[in-house]
Structures are given as structure tokens and as C-alpha cells.
Design a protein around this ligand. Structure first.
Ligand SMILES: [Zn+2]
Length: 253
């Protein structure tokens, strides 16, 4: 078997492997996307929870301030009940009123902070629902991947065996070239020689459509150890069995 036939066999198996994996790959991409979204929700949830803690701490601070002012007012009132002079009494009354205003300020602040707390609690609740929904999507996508992988696993291992057998007779150097081209051309490592006009010896590379000299076509058909590459796109050239039959004298095959 010529090297181009060996590569052709390998290529056919690789295309089948690629098609088989593509469905699971698509599911894996969906899984990754849903996971990213879930992580965003969880991060946002953490941020909101921190904000809530801060807001709750502010409420507690304002409440404590109001309570200590209240205690101070109570103390002033007790003092007021013991004083004898009007002057002293009036001074204490002014102080009580000042403290009352101070207390009202803390109470207003408490209310406003409590509004923030409630808003954050509501946002957290909504986000928790969204996060649960997203978690269900991740689980669904995960299931799809797992099921897909198990569905293709038998076929995959069978094709892998075929691939190993197809690759076995090919030299490492050629395999390395093939692998490089597979990566470079997204799986399309080979270009099939296309006959445009046999009488005028016009042939093109089926991958990049550039014309191929007849010498390159002949070299491809007779190559035994090293593959022949398209001089334009560098893909490995191969010919269909029909074209080989048509062009190659029987004794050379
Ligand atoms: Zn080409």
C-alpha cells in the first residue's frame, strides 16, 4: 500500500472519529457555558451577601447609638426631677431636646439602612432562584455530556482500534506532518487531486483549488515512503482509487 493510500485510510477513520466526537463536543461546550453562567451567579450572590452583612451591621450601629442616646435622655430626666432652680431645669431641658433630635437622626438612619437591607434581601432571594435554575441547567448539560459519551464509547473504542491499525504502517515523520496539518486545517489535512482535463493534463488540489503540475500528480500516485504535499496549501495530496486506476499503468501499482 502506498503512503498516500495509508494516509487516506487514516484520514477516513479520523473523519469518522471527528464526526462522532463533534456531538459530544457540542454538549461539552454547552456545559462549559452553563457552568460559567452559574459561577457568575454564585459570585454575584457572594457580593450581595457581603453587602447585606455590611448594611445589617450599619443598622445595628444606628440602633445602638439610638439606645445609648435614649439612656442619656432617661438620665437627664431623672436629674431634672431632682433640680431645684429654674435655670438648671431649663438648661437640662435644652440638653434633652438636643439629645432627642440626636436620637431622631439615628432612628432615621436606621430606617434608611433597613430599607437597604430589605432591598438586598429581595435581590438575594431573586438571585437564589436564578442560581437554582442555572444549577438545573448545568446538571442537564452534564447529563447530556455523560450520556453522549457513553453512547459513543463503543463506537469510539472501535474506531480507535481502526485508527491504531491505520497509523501503524506510517512512519513517525509522516504522522507528525499529518498531525501538524490536522491541527492547522481543523481536521482537513489532505487535499484530493481533482482532474479538470485529462488530455491537457490539468489537475487541481481539491482543498485549495490551485493547479497541480502533472509531475506532482505522478509523484503523489507513486509515492511509497514520503507523502507529497500541495505546493500552495501544503496539505498532503491523495488521489481517488478511480483516478489512480485511470492514470497509473497496472504494473506500477
Ligand atoms: Zn492545496
Amino acid at each position: 500500500m502506498s503512503v498516500q493510500d495509508q494516509l487516506r485510510t487514516l484520514y477516513t477513520v479520523d473523519r469518522q472519529l471527528q464526526a462522532l466526537r463533534s456531538r459530544v463536543d457540542a454538549a461539552a461546550r454547552r456545559l462549559a457555558a452553563t457552568q460559567t453562567r452559574l459561577e457568575q451567579h454564585e459570585r454575584q450572590h457572594g457580593e450581595l451577601a457581603d453587602q447585606l452583612k455590611t448594611a445589617q451591621a450599619k443598622v445595628a450601629t444606628q440602633e445602638n447609638e439610638a439606645a445609648s442616646v435614649e439612656a442619656r435622655i432617661e438620665q437627664l430626666r431623672q436629674t431634672m426631677s431632682t433640680v431645684r432652680s429654674n435655670k438648671e431645669y431649663s438648661a437640662l431641658l435644652v440638653e434633652v431636646n438636643t439629645q432627642k433630635a440626636e436620637k431622631a437622626k439615628h432612628e432615621d438612619a436606621t430606617l434608611s439602612e433597613m430599607g437597604d437591607v430589605e432591598e438586598l434581601q429581595l435581590r438575594l432571594k431573586l438571585l437564589a432562584t436564578k442560581t437554582d435554575e442555572q444549577r438545573a441547567l448545568v446538571e442537564g448539560a452534564q447529563k447530556e455530556v455523560t450520556e453522549g459519551e457513553s453512547e459513543i464509547s463503543d463506537q469510539l473504542s472501535e474506531l480507535q482500534t481502526q485508527r491504531d491499525a491505520a497509523a501503524a504502517p506510517i512512519s513517525q515523520e509522516t504522522l507528525d506532518l499529518y498531525t501538524k496539518l490536522i491541527d492547522e486545517f481543523d481536521g482537513e489535512a489532505l487535499g484530493e487531486i481533482e482532474e479538470q482535463d485529462r488530455r491537457r493534463m490539468e489537475y487541481t488540489c481539491g482543498a485549495c483549488f490551485m493547479s497541480l503540475p502533472i509531475q506532482v500528480v505522478n509523484a503523489t500516485l507513486t509515492a511509497t515512503d514520503r507523502p507529497v504535499q500541495c505546493s500552495s496549501c501544503q496539505r498532503i495530496l491523495h488521489a481517488s482509487p478511480d483516478l489512480i486506476d485511470a492514470l497509473l499503468p497496472k504494473e506500477k501499482k
